[in-house]
Write a protein that binds this ligand. Structure first.
Ligand code: NAP
Length: 312
């Protein structure tokens, strides 16, 4: 651990599950702008950090918190974020930021009224290739975009029943990462034209989906699959008047015509926490709903097909 700044942000971490352990804890441990002062999780606790079973107990726990970071599933996050904002704390939200668009709008309004920072994070936008991809595409004619996001739910989300429940997003839980990148790199707005989704019998959220969108003059297709065994694919291809751009492995690898492949170590969560500290210092919020808007549009427009029951 690095030496903490005197005025470090005292942070409460909520929902100690996979992403909290894999990414948030290492990022916080190496960022001296933050002190992890407390946690709230129904079952999990961390050694040497005061833990509470829920956010209310954490907020009342006398930890002099400045901010909270929510790593729970999206359904239920609105109430947690609201409690933190009403306690005068800055709030950072994992993706997707909430279960519905209305919840995010209400949180943004409340944060504004209370004068605290609200940050809807999109970690995939912080992948090494995304910024350079956006810069390279600037000024080029974009002819077509193909998104393929295919992963194995059993490998990456073992036992996460919530992901197929209402508000769990199903295959859009990873798919929204692709949409967060597409909305960041494409200069024109993305508009959904048609969609389909496959929902297993007895579940609320899809295991596969296909989207056809438009961005300026370009057709943009997305194929999302949660049952991909073997090689896993998180790729975006963009055809332009200057050749094809390929973002691979979730945006961490960038391939451009006539240029060496670009790859850099993963700093997604380090960059998210650095940005959160900047927003807090500037007294600003960053609330971008475009990726979740597209998912909501898919749920509005899609042809829904029922498929065989699914068990983890
Ligand atoms: P997870 O492993 O299920 O962890 C979430 C934790 O939240 C659980 O361990 C649970 O801890 C707590 N929780 C509170 N209310 C819950 C509820 N109603 N149902 C289930 N758990 C509840 O999930 P995760 O993979 O960390 O994902 C959490 C969020 O991070 C999601 O929005 C996801 O999209 C995002 N994310 C995940 C990944 C990834 O690779 N997994 C990557 C980036 C972003 P207690 O039982 O102790 O309360």
């Amino acid at each position: 651990m690095t030496e903490r700044q005197e005025n470090a942000i005292r942070l409460g971490l909520v929902g100690i599950g996979k992403i909290a352990r894999d990414q948030h804890l290492p990022a916080l441990a190496s960022d001296d702008c933050f002190v992890l002062a407390a946690t709230a999780s129904r079952n999990a606790t961390l050694d040497q950090i005061p833990g509470h079973a829920d956010i209310t107990a954490m907020l009342e726990g006398g930890h002099a918190l400045d901010a909270v970071s929510l790593c729970t599933p999206p359904d239920g996050r609105h109430a947690q974020a609201l409690a933190a904002i009403d306690a005068g704390l800055h709030v950072m939200l994992e993706k997707p930021p909430a279960a519905t668009l209305s919840e995010i709008a209400a949180l943004a309004e409340r944060a504004r009224a209370r004068g605290v920072t609200l940050f809807t994070t999109w970690h995939s936008r912080e992948a090494a290739g995304v910024g350079p991809a956006r810069a390279w595409l600037t000024g080029k004619r974009i002819d077509a975009v193909r998104i393929a996001w295919r992963e194995d739910i059993r490998r990456w989300h073992p036992g996460q029943e919530w992901i197929l429940a209402p508000g769990g997003f199903g295959v859009f839980d990873p798919g929204i990462n692709a949409l967060s990148i597409a909305t960041a790199i494409l200069p024109d707005p993305l508009l959904l034209e048609s969609a389909w989704m496959d929902v297993p019998e007895g579940r609320a959220s899809p295991l596969a989906a296909g989207l056809t969108m438009r961005s300026g003059g370009a057709q943009v297709t997305a194929a999302f699959d949660f049952l991909q065994t073997g090689p896993q694919t998180w790729d975006i291809e963009v055809d332009t008047d200057a050749g094809m751009l390929r973002l691979r492995m979730g945006g961490s690898i960038l391939q451009l015509p006539d240029a060496p492949e670009m790859q850099a170590p993963d700093r997604e969560y380090a960059r998210l926490y650095a940005r959160f500290a900047e927003l807090v210092a500037a007294g600003e919020s960053d609330v971008d709903i475009r990726p979740i808007q597209l998912v909501a549009d898919a749920f509005l427009l899609a042809e829904r097909r029922m498929t065989a029951p699914f068990a983890f």
